[in-house]
Design a protein around this ligand. Sequence first.
Ligand code: B1M
Length: 212
Amino acid sequence: MSELEEIGENLIEGQADKVRELTQAAVDKGIGIEKILDDGLIAGMMVVGERFKRKEIYLPEVLFSARAMKAGMEVLEPLLLSAGAKLKGKVILGTVQGDVHDIGKNLVAIMLKGAGFEVIDLGVSVSPQQFIDAAKEQGARLVGMSALLGTSMPMMQTTIEAFEAAGLKGQIKTMIGGAIVTQSYADKIGADGYAPDAASGVDKAKELLGLS
Ligand code: B1M
């Protein structure tokens, strides 16, 4: 088994300490950070998702894996951030109301910070009004929303409509993402941008803010 497969296996098993240790070992060996992320941590989490879907594992196991993912991310985050350049602009980020999934959103935050953006992370289950208040208070021109549930995804539309009702659509751009979200959904609800993964999120943020 390769080092990265071993990270994935331990993540699946929920072994946070081991994942932290193996992630650090992979970094020390000079394996690329994004490769460790994609082929180790995220690959493991995808297997967890599939097993959860097939009801082979249950929520407590998923939570242990999520904790292991966080342990690995703690090793990678400072390295991703140190690659950052000059501040490019402010982004308000959050998981929409009714949804507590934050692993992907946190990855997007890390990548954006790494690319030089200031990120105001509102956390999970963020209401439309919280997004609006934060964007206004911070003078941000971009709001990013994450959703992973079929039941929470419509909250993205509600939030965009709330921006429209507050007269902010156009002035403040919206970007959406999350496993369940697609470009066609973004088009349907009038989001300004969609990104399928954290790295594309950075490109899309630059594009929406006219920085690319
Ligand atoms: Co939940 N869960 N979960 N879960 N969970 C899913 C999403 C699910 C697909 C599992 C399944 O059935 N196969 C399913 C949703 C089905 C659906 O609605 N279509 C599901 C369910 C049903 C639930 C509960 C309802 C279960 C229950 O209680 N019965 C419950 C909901 C609670 C709630 O939110 N109200 C629940 C709870 C949980 C845990 C708390 C146990 C835990 C979350 C822990 C945490 O996040 N801190 C959890 C987890 C871990 C998962 C899976 C296994 C993994 C999610 C994940 O972190 N993926 C997931 C299965 C799956 O997705 N395969 C599942 C890794 C992450 C890196 O990917 O978030 O997609 P992702 O982010 C990517 C891209 O999408 C993109 O960039 C990221 C990296 O490249 N991206 C953006 C994300 N946000 C973006 C924003 C952007 C741009 C790109 O711009 C702003």
